[in-house]
Design a protein around this ligand. Structure first.
Ligand code: ADP
Ligand code: MG
Length: 592
């Protein structure tokens, strides 16, 4: 075995960089935190190509003198803690003293800094961790760091990066969250020279949220404030019923540090359980303050994940506080389980297509051609074949199916029971409905004939800058899918047409959810079929649960449409549409 020896610093830094600096957003996070720790009241962030080719962060904070600047790029050099005990009461974002040397070891790194009390600033230039020069420079007081060619020297890491716009989306989201955490600091964010947002110091959290996330989002939030012993909760939370399709706006901060914590997320989802439809997430900007000794921020190299010493107490405190607020909220709407249920009220040219049974698959089949009473049997597939492969199913025309189902009635919530000649069938009406809707959309999409309806009064919609950029990028795709959306002014759009299957009332929310998918990188126009699939699933997930007043005739029509589907067995969201209990099984259970 070769002799044991200490690693050279440069290697140690590159190894540490692997943990701390996984991707460009981590650089932004570390540098931004340093600026905030340095007491900056103004920070400007610029990046290019998702941060790979260039990141600049400039602040008006304390700055450093020459000795400090040189120390700052040393491993484990920090001005923020002195002894291990200090870890128990950390009041700054940083404390590990690893960020600067790590970043400098995997990029071309330039640091310029000046303390207000000194006339001349210091410039350091490093490449791949190697110090190239230290010299005087002129610079306003504060610190300016530029990171070029991130990971150039670490091709393995480069390979793992996602598309530029995915990396960019992370940087933007992170900046917004830190902006919300620090309303008193002015923030400017630029991408490829374009201003993404610019928010002056704001007097309140609400103003900052409004600046960064838009007036509309802020308008649906109510303030929350609660103290229990040494726990304090404050922030803004969404009104009942106003959910989002993604967790992007579920923002939690512990002692002002943006964190991701399963404990907090679960507590939030649980609090909103009765106040939001399934699959929707609340909008929350929640600040929890507690004794720094009661949380461990040092469990993850990038400090994003934290651990509470008393999980149960935190959870209970959050849930109690939120339920109090939600129950008491004057505008509280009834707990709801279904979105898009409101009757189509807004005027539109085409008939609004409600999610009624009549909307299953275009014109209903000729009533004479299908069973019209419960006692008549529908021609459907033999449930014995229910688990044959998709291929064989495709090839068998509905008319090949010789057995019929007799509709017995509705049971439980949303289930229908049939007597098939070989047993009993239990059908989930919503899942069946979703399957039919999905295939209808698919067939329109394939024929490039998406039925659109023009809205008599276009619906204005405001986006945040990221959403707006995504929407602009996807306009062609949307237009092919029955939408017509036009831009009018910065971050403002008008929805002029929507596909016929969307209730005009739901147009705005649907577009917001689509933009949510875009932000998550799930609507890739280069892969139109997959992108369509996402849109169609979103449509299906909102299809209304049919209530028990569905007539027998409609049930029969539903089943008959279901079996015209190519894949009648599962819903587009992956749930079974029905199952059968065969006669043998019934007999066995009843010991016949
Ligand atoms: P940490 O933040 O964990 O202390 P860093 O490597 O991020 O470690 O920074 C090292 C030190 O450099 C900090 O402790 C601080 O003293 C100094 N420093 C870094 N960035 C700035 C800045 N923008 N303004 C002033 N000082 C800074
Ligand atoms: Mg730091």
């Amino acid at each position: 075995m070769p002799n044991i020896r200490a690693l050279p610093d440069q290697v140690a830094n590159q190894i540490a960089a692997g943990e701390v600096i996984e991707r460009p957003v981590a650089v932004v996070k570390e540098l931004l935190e340093n600026s905030l720790d340095a007491g900056a009241t103004g920070v400007e962030i610029e990046f290019r190509n998702g941060g790979r080719s260039y990141i600049r962060i400039e602040d008006n904070g304390s700055g450093m003198d020459r000795d400090q600047a040189i120390l700052s790029i040393e491993r484990h050099a920090t001005s923020k803690i002195r002894q291990a005990d200090d870890l128990l009461r950390i009041g700054t974002y940083g404390f590990r003293g690893e960020a600067l040397p790590s970043i400098a070891s995997v990029s071309r790194f330039q640091l310029r800094t000046r303390r207000e009390t000194e006339d001349i600033g210091t410039e350091l230039l490093l490449n791949g961790g190697k110090l190239l020069h230290v010299k005087d420079c002129g610079i306003p007081s504060g610190t300016r760091i530029e990171v070029h060619h991130l990971f150039n020297s670490v091709p393995a890491r480069r390979k793992f990066l996602k598309a530029d716009n995915t990396e960019a989306a992370h940087i933007i989201q992170l900046t917004k969250v830190y902006a919300v955490a620090n309303p008193g600091t002015a923030f400017t964010l630029l991408e490829n020279g374009r201003l993404l947002f610019n928010s002056p110091a704001c007097p309140s959290l609400k103003d900052r949220v409004q600046e960064v996330f838009g007036i509309k989002l802020a308008g649906n939030l109510i303030p929350i404030q609660k103290v229990e012993g040494d726990y304090r909760l404050s922030g803004l939370v969404s009104l009942p019923g106003r959910g989002r399709s993604t967790r992007h706006e579920m923002i939690t901060l512990v002692n002002n540090r943006p964190v991701s914590s399963l404990t907090l997320n679960h507590a939030l989802l649980e609090s909103y359980h009765a106040y939001l439809p399934r699959g929707r997430y609340p909008v929350v900007f929640l600040f929890l303050e507690l004794d720094p000794g009661a949380v461990d921020v040092n469990v993850h190299p990038s400090k994003r994940e934290i651990r509470f010493r008393d999980d149960a107490r935190v959870r209970g405190f959050i849930i109690r506080s939120l339920l109090d607020k939600l129950r008491g909220s004057t505008e509280a709407t009834k707990p709801t389980e279904v979105v898009g249920q409101s009757p189509a009220g807004a005027p539109c040219v085409a008939n609004p297509v409600e999610m009624s049974p009549a909307a299953y698959a275009g014109p209903l089949p000729n009533p004479q051609s299908i069973a019209t009473t419960a006692s008549q049997r529908v021609k459907v597939g033999s449930p014995a074949n229910a688990f044959e492969s998709k291929e064989t199913r495709k090839n068998s025309a509905p008319s090949d199916w010789e057995t019929g189902w007799k509709f017995i009635g509705h049971v439980q919530r949303g289930l229908a029971v049939f007597d098939s000649s070989s047993g009993i069938v239990v059908l989930d009406r919503r899942a069946a409905h979703q399957r039919i809707l999905y295939e209808k959309l698919e067939s329109q999409y394939r024929k490039k004939k998406v039925a659109a309806q023009q809205l008599l009064i276009p619906v204005p919609i405001e986006m945040d800058s990221l959403g707006s950029a995504h929407l602009l990028d996807h306009l062609d795709f949307l237009n092919e899918n029955g939408f017509k959306i036009t831009e009018f002014g910065r971050n403002f759009f008008r929805i002029e047409s929507v596909p016929a299957w969307i209730s005009p009332d739901d147009a705005e929310r649907f577009v917001e959810d689509l933009v949510g998918l875009m932000k998550e990188g799930k609507l890739n126009q280069e892969k139109p079929i997959e992108a369509f699939d996402q849109v169609a699933r979103l449509a299906c997930s909102r299809a209304v649960r049919l209530d028990d007043s569905v007539s027998d005739k409609e049930m029969i029509s539903l089943v008959s449409w279901l079996f015209k589907c190519q894949n009648p067995l599962i819903s587009p969201l992956g749930k079974p549409t029905y199952f059968e209990i065969g006669r043998n099984e019934l007999e066995r259970r009843l010991m016949k």
